[in-house]
Design a binder for this molecule. Sequence first.
Ligand SMILES: O=C(O)CCC(=O)C(=O)O
Length: 301
Amino acid sequence: MQEYVTAGGRSRHARLRLMGYYVQRAVTSRRVRRLAARIAVAVLAALHGRPARACGATPGLDALRADGVARLGRLLSARQCAEALDWLRGRHMRATRGDGRAFRLDAAPPGTPFGDFPLDTVVHCPHVLALANHPDVLRLAADYLGYTPTITLMGLRWSFPAAAPDGVQAFHRDAEPGSIKLLVYLTDVDEHAGPHHYVAGSHRARMPLRLRRHTDAEVARDHGGAVLVTGPAGSACMIDTRGIHKGAPPARRPRLLLVVQYSLLPCLLYDYAPVHWRGDGHVDPYVNRLVVAPRPPLSAW
Ligand SMILES: O=C(O)CCC(=O)C(=O)O
C-alpha cells in the first residue's frame, strides 16, 4: 500500500502537492481535463521520447473505452495464486481501516474489514511484480492513457466478512486523474466473496466537484445497477477509476485482491517510498520508479 502525504509528514513540498491535488479536483470540465491529459502526454514525450507502438488491436481496449471496465480473463494460474497465498500466509498485514495494528491471516481481529500488506511484501510476493509488468497489461495501460504508464499504487488487500461496508466497499469514484486500476483476484470470487462492481459507462460522465459515496439504491435507480466481476483465482479486470465502482464486502468468504494503478503522472496524494527489489529479473525503471528503487551500484556494497 502507498502512504498518504500529510501536511506535517516526511514528504517534501507536501503542502504544495496537496494544494495541486485539490486544484485539479476543482477542474470538472471533461474538455479541460482531456486537454490537460494531452499536454501531459506531449510534455512526457518531449522529456522521455515517444514509445514504440505495437501493431494490431489491443485486447481490452475497446471495452475499457466504451464501458470503463474490461475483463482480462485469467492472468495467473491456480498454481501461481496458491504460491502467492502460501508465501503471504506467515506475513503481517495492517488493519488500515481500523486501529492500524499488524496481524497475520490466522489472527485477523474480529470486525476488521481489511488487511493491507506493506509495499515491500507486495513487491516481493511471487508473481506480483511480473504480473504488474506483463507486456499485455502495460500495452493496454499505455494505449488507454496515451503514454507509457507509471505504476502509482500497488496493493495486496484481504477483505474479511465484517459488520458494515467500509470505505471502497461503497460505490465511489477515485479522484486521481489519468489513472486506471488492474484488479486481480488471488482467491476464487463469486457473489458471496466480495466481487467487484462497476457502473458501465459511468467513467464518461463529468467528474463531480464533491466526491461522495453512492448507495446501492441510488445506483440501481440512476444507472440500472452495476456489472459484477466474478471468477476463479487469477481472474483480472482493468477499470477506469473515474467510473462508479466498489468492492462489495464479502458475505461469506474473505477475498485477496491485487490492485495495481497505472497513471500518466505520479499521484500527488501519495508519499512514495520505493522499495529495493531483491528478486531476480529486471523491470522497466520508468514504469516502476515509484514502487521499486534502482539497485545501488556494486561499488556501494
Ligand atoms: O475492492 C475492489 O474491488 C475495488 C477497490 C476500489 O474500489 C479501489 O481501489 O478504488
